[in-house]
Write a protein that binds this ligand. Structure first.
Ligand code: ADP
Ligand code: TRP
Length: 321
């Protein structure tokens, strides 16, 4: 089974991104054919500063590699290094009804939030369809917000296949309902846009400050506390096995536990958990040419698969004369 997903290189990562997506994605390399790319063309719909995008792309690659993505076990590349995807996007455009794009929530939400309604933003789902179909993907792990885009991809693929025969594999979105939403410092969903994140790869001091900002209730130290309504506990659980969780739960229920103490323990746990990843990320970023080389090799592999599809499509659509 071929699993494909793309990630925009949009700055820092938080615990929600790690436990909600990256950890699972990287796990796919063990039992599926994993195709993972950095969606830098897509990022251009919301970022015009070239230097920031270039830096973000290298950092996104370092993040994935540091967290365990293995370029030997997967195909890992930067979207724009296989520009064939743009040709396919054009060819798919001719099978994309305007109404299909006009109904996309993500487009409507972005315009409501004040992002300029330009053609790139409008055509975003067609490029995403090209990403998915070019590599004949079976499964596309995405967050709930991207589910509609995978459905649009299927609609376009069906129209195209109806015209030209079975060219494209029809992809399925994979949405893991089991992954509980990781809460932020204030108990709402952890999200960059809410400013309530605990980020990965922070300096110790900054990480400590973020953890200390977790919102707690005013129960006095001596009183028993409810772990199930406590933001510190919910975050701590991500790092504990069942037994350790029971021990912490018992300490909550017994009373006499200060939230400050649990925060200190959580801080140390997060720091130690990510320390090897942070060290690896720093080492990778110190040698950006090595990252570029890994990405170039990935692009070469991706390109091979891309051209297999594109050759068929060019022929069917009359571009080969
Ligand atoms: P943000 O909300 O911070 O902008 P993104 O939308 O960039 O995050 O998230 C990328 C992916 O990370 C999402 O598709 C989702 O799978 C995962 N993710 C983000 N926040 C969380 C969270 N709080 N809990 C679980 N998964 C999350
Ligand atoms: N639009 C996706 C996001 O913002 C990123 C993306 C681009 C993607 N192309 C894709 C995801 C193809 C899955 C498949 O998260």
């Amino acid at each position: 089974m071929r699993v494909l997903s793309g990630i925009q290189p949009s700055g820092s990562l938080h615990l929600g991104n790690y436990f909600g997506m990256m950890e699972k994605m990287i796990d796919h390399q063990e039992h599926s054919e994993l195709f993972c790319f950095i969606a830098n063309y897509h990022a251009q719909t919301s970022l015009s500063d070239g230097k920031t995008l270039a830096k973000g792309t290298l950092e996104a690659a370092a993040n994935f590699l540091a967290l365990g993505l293995d370029p030997e076990k997967s195909v890992f590349w930067v979207q724009s290094d296989v520009p064939e995807v743009q040709e396919l996007a054009w060819l798919l455009s001719n099978f994309t009804p305007m109404g299909l794009l006009e109904r996309c929530h993500s487009y409507k939400d972005k315009v409501t939030r004040g992002i300029a309604a330009n053609h790139g933003l409008f055509a975003y789902p067609v490029l995403m369809a090209a990403d998915i179909l070019l590599y004949q993907s079976d499964k596309v792990p995405v967050g709930k917000d991207q589910k509609q885009h995978v459905e649009v991809t299927r609609d376009i693929a069906i129209k195209f296949n109806n015209e030209y025969g079975d060219i494209f594999t029809l992809p399925e979105p994979e949405i893991d309902e089991e992954v509980a939403t990781v809460p932020g410092l204030d108990g709402q969903k952890m999200s960059k846009s809410y400013g309530n994140t605990i980020d990965l790869f922070l300096e110790e001091k900054v990480l400590r400050k973020q953890v200390m900002r977790i919102v707690t209730d005013p129960t006095p130290v001596e009183a028993p506390k409810n772990p199930d309504t406590c933001n510190i506990f919910t975050l701590f659980r991500l790092f504990l096995d069942k037994e350790e969780e029971q021990v912490l739960r018992a300490r909550y229920l017994a009373g006499g536990l200060a939230y400050g103490t649990v925060k200190e323990e959580l801080f140390a746990t997060i720091r130690d958990f990510f320390a090897p990843f942070t060290a690896r990320r720093n080492a990778l970023l110190a040698e950006p040419d090595n990252i570029r080389q890994i990405l170039a090799q990935g692009a070469e592999k991706a390109r091979y698969h891309a051209n297999k599809t594109l050759r068929k499509v060019r022929k069917k659509t009359g571009l080969v004369y």
